[in-house]
Design a protein around this ligand. Structure first.
Ligand SMILES: [Zn+2]
Ligand SMILES: [Zn+2]
Length: 84
């Protein structure tokens, strides 16, 4: 099995969506999955709500809403549904 990601430093696009490449398409990636490291395009990336704790002052902390970006396969695995 070959590496599906293609790097073209002088081309228009440097990284392509892993899922799209497997379907025979070249779609520019917009994000990288936090779990498996695959690049994903706007159609395949899934946004998962997350929160970040930041220490404030002496012993205090506050939490901020943020996000985690996952590919379709990891998102499906985490949510117990079949990958599209
Ligand atoms: Zn894609
Ligand atoms: Zn993934």
């Amino acid at each position: 099995m070959c590496i599906a990601l293609r790097f073209q430093w002088e081309g228009e696009c440097s990284v392509y969506c892993f899922d799209c490449v497997q379907e025979g398409r070249l779609e520019p990636a917009v994000a990288v999955c936090v779990d498996c490291g695959a690049a994903a395009c706007g159609d395949h990336v899934k946004r998962v709500a997350a929160s970040l704790q930041r220490v404030v002052g002496m012993g205090g902390s506050s939490s901020y809403d943020t996000r985690r970006l996952q590919c379709g396969a990891c998102w499906a695995a985490r949510h117990g549904v079949a990958a599209a």
